[in-house]
Design a protein. Structure first.
Lengths: 391, 358
């Protein structure tokens, strides 16, 4: 099995376009959750979320989510210095959920009023695979192309599956990540489930009341360590191991004892040949729903022991970005390893007695981060854990 | 490749055939209809609701959408065929092109008709395309990796290739791999306007059970076939477009990994769908060497849907054993017993090849 390293990163987040804006926002503990402008919130309890500000670049004929994906993937490719020749044998694995639903909703709303079908082009971009088609074509990627839907863990699942392609020797390089734009369906759905807080979310806080939705995209360039060394490029971190598990329990609720979460963390650590005590930081799924955080906290305690690891949720700053969450949080975890700085949990006021660890409240922490873990979970009992380490 | 990956179970649910490996040969050698048969008002070849209700009992059916019921029914058939017990560590890879679009529209309609009060918390999870995998993993206790692959036309083939790699490299001890889609009038109409007007659409689900040969031998179950090689690559094309390039490493890589020379491929299950421009492109990609080989698509009485990928793999295993190929012309032709190719090429350029042997 080949070693997999991270040689490029690209981000579009509620802090704006670019990796630098993302890391500056996280490191400063800035909360980018504000009143929503993209969708009509009239009649709903919650009117806030984390939108990407001033989305520029990319053809306006493309869906918002396709544009987010392409901007982030292009930055990652440039960051890694991948030339046109290298891209012909580069894989692309994209985690996606909403696809071009934001535009399709407008089309569907209009059709329900007028009865006319309109232009079929909107259908071409509505399905989740559209991001991979757009990114792959624009960047000239000739390796395997896959779109993966694993609900809110899609971006992390894409990273894990892309790493498998490199570890197995299928390709020397892969671009992996996730993208999602805000959509009415998503916003209304989480409202219907009563899972949204009316204030910016407070992960792991005793008084947390639910999540905040967001949007964005993040892509990683993963590379065979030997190939990266031969190219002489900077390595952010090694993706030492990963695992995907399934609860097989409920369509939306996690297993009450965190069975799938715990198995994902233990399996990823085993594949990474890493003992729990080596892990310094866990970037938690941390949605701020009472149920998720309680169960995830229990699982983290079961795997790492009481109070030993630092745990933060960057969703407190950028909201839950759905398919992009896993890769945005993987990026935060990689940068924590690269900069020896743990991003905080914003809005964290009151410790929860059921949460047995330091949540890095409000302020980033300077600490040597040799090994860090990123957790992502989703509807359908999907669990993904990624283990990153200094290379 | 580190482990020999074999097929030990097959489960298929569609309008033309519902069953497992034992009955598959009889179906494949039965007379084919000269033209697809649509029920009144259906946009394609639909599975009758009564047929589905015989596979998923009413209590369980109330808890899941129709497309999830298709997936669960086929998965159970495949696992029973492979004699997989409920406590076996099991992974799941499902390909789908359209997911549960019906539920998504129903969710939106609730809002459009009644405002926020019309939103259904029960329907919302079905709007996420992994809902079929979620329902299936719960129904069959699949607790290892669960992956939903979304792709135009070849999602099922990609799912089988991905699962084969996971089994071969020790990440999954046993994998259920296949695909599922259901008919929807909006989909058929819009795809027709995007260039697929000649296609016949269908619905259903199909799975194969993949496991290491050593595990199958130790369990004493019949080995139905072997996935000897697989690969996917991309040919240059605009999103949902048909390209001009014909050079892809997918076929060569799959053959090399299978240790099969191109001249030894004597028959092909291919992804020709009736989309004339795409089908011509597939001819060109297969090239002069392969395009003349006896081929089958199984689409005529079943219709395009993501279950076809695993069905073609299951049928290829049967052809590799029996030396019989159900040609699209309606005849069953004799072919040499031995390796064959399952080939998929999608608009947009996703290209997948699987080498199947007995």
């Amino acid at each position: 099995m080949k070693r997999v390293v991270v040689t490029g990163l690209g981000v579009v987040s509620p802090f704006g376009t670019g990796l630098k804006a993302y890391w500056s926002g996280l490191a400063a503990g800035t909360c980018a959750i504000r009143p929503l402008s993209l969708i009509d919130t009239a009649g709903f309890r919650c009117g806030i979320g984390a939108e990407v500000p001033e989305l520029t670049g990319g053809s306006r004929r493309r869906s918002r989510a396709d544009r987010l994906a392409l901007l982030a993937a292009r930055e990652a490719v440039e960051d890694a210095g991948l030339g046109r020749h290298e891209r012909t044998d580069t894989a692309l694995v994209v985690g996606a959920v909403g696809g071009g639903m934001l535009e399709a909703e407008a089309w569907y709303w209009a059709r329900s009023r007028s009865g006319a079908d309109g232009h079929p082009g909107v259908f071409r971009s509505v399905l989740p695979y559209s991001h991979a088609e757009v990114v792959g074509h624009a960047l000239g990627l000739g390796g395997p192309r896959e779109s993966v839907v694993a609900a809110c863990s899609s971006g992390a699942a894409a990273v894990s599956l892309a790493a498998d392609l490199i570890a197995d020797g299928v390709v020397p390089c892969a671009i992996a990540g996730g993208a999602d734009a805000l959509t009415r369906i998503c916003y209304m759905g989480f409202n219907a489930l009563k899972l949204l807080d009316t204030a910016p979310c407070r992960p792991f806080d005793r008084d947390r009341r639910g999540m905040s939705i967001g949007e964005g995209a993040a892509f990683l360039v993963l590379e065979d360590a030997e190939s990266a060394r031969a190219r002489g490029v900077r390595v952010y971190a090694e993706l030492r191991g990963s695992a995907i598990t399934t609860d097989a329990y409920h369509a939306t609720s996690p297993h009450p004892e965190g069975d799938g979460m715990t198995r994902a963390m233990r399996s990823a650590l085993a594949r990474a040949h890493t003992a729990p005590h080596e892990v310094v930081y866990v970037n938690a799924h941390g949605t701020a729903t009472p149920q998720n955080d309680r169960i995830e906290a229990r699982s983290i305690r079961d795997v790492f022991g009481d109070g030993r690891v630092l745990v933060s949720s960057t969703k407190s700053m950028i909201g839950h970005t759905m398919a992009a969450a896993g890769s945005l949080e993987a990026t935060a975890t990689i940068l924590a390893v690269a900069h020896d700085l743990v991003p905080p949990t914003a809005n964290h006021e009151t410790p929860d007695p059921d949460v047995a660890f330091d949540c890095v409240p409000k302020t980033a922490r300077d600490v040597a981060v040799d090994v860090a873990v990123s957790n992502s979970f989703g509807f359908g009992g999907q669990n993904v854990t990624l283990v990153f380490a200094k290379s | 490749m580190t482990t020999d990956v074999v097929i030990t179970g097959v489960g298929i649910v569609n309008a033309a055939f519902t069953g497992a490996s034992e009955a598959l040969g009889a179906y494949l050698t039965s007379p084919r209809p000269a033209a697809p048969s649509f029920a009144a008002g259906a946009p394609g070849i639909a599975l009758a609701d009564e047929a589905l209700s015989r596979l998923v009992d009413a209590t369980e059916a109330r808890r899941m959408s129709r497309v999830s019921q298709l997936a669960v029914a086929a998965a159970r058939l495949a696992l029973a065929d492979a004699r997989i017990a409920g406590d076996t560590p099991l992974g799941l890879v499902i390909g789908t092109e359209f997911g549960d679009l019906r539920s998504t529209k129903a969710f939106a309609d609730g809002y459009l008709q009644r405002g926020p009060a019309g939103l259904s918390a029960l329907l919302f999870p079905n709007t996420v395309m992994n809902t079929m995998a979620a329902a299936t993993s719960i129904a069959v206790r699949s607790r290892e990796a669960s992956v939903t692959v979304n792709a135009p036309l070849v999602a099922g083939e990609l799912a089988v290739a991905r699962a084969a790699a996971a089994v071969a490299n020790g990440r999954l001890p046993v994998a259920l791999a296949g695909g599922v889609d259901q008919l929807d009038g909006d989909i058929v109409r819009m795809i027709g306007r995007l260039g697929g007007a000649g296609e016949t659409h269908g619905e259903g689900a199909a799975f194969v059970v993949l496991e290491p040969r050593a595990a199958a031998v130790a369990r004493g179950v019949p080995i139905l076939g072997r996935i000897a090689g697989w690969a996917s690559r991309v040919l240059t094309a605009r999103p949902y477009g048909v390209g001009r390039g014909t050079t892809s490493a997918a076929i060569a890589t799959a053959l090399r990994d299978a240790d099969v020379a191109a001249p030894d491929v004597r028959w092909i299950y291919r992804s020709a769908s009736g989309d004339a421009a795409r089908d011509r492109w597939e001819d060109e990609v297969l090239g002069d060497d392969l395009v003349g080989r006896p081929s089958a698509t199984l689409r005529r009485d079943i219709g395009r849907h993501s279950g076809l990928g695993a069905l073609r793999v299951a049928a290829a295993a049967w052809t590799a054993r029996s030396g019989l190929l159900p040609s699209d012309g309606g005849d069953v032709v004799r072919v040499p017993i031995g390796p064959g190719l399952v080939h998929g090429l999608a608009r947009g350029g996703t290209h997948v090849a699987l080498v199947v042997t007995s």
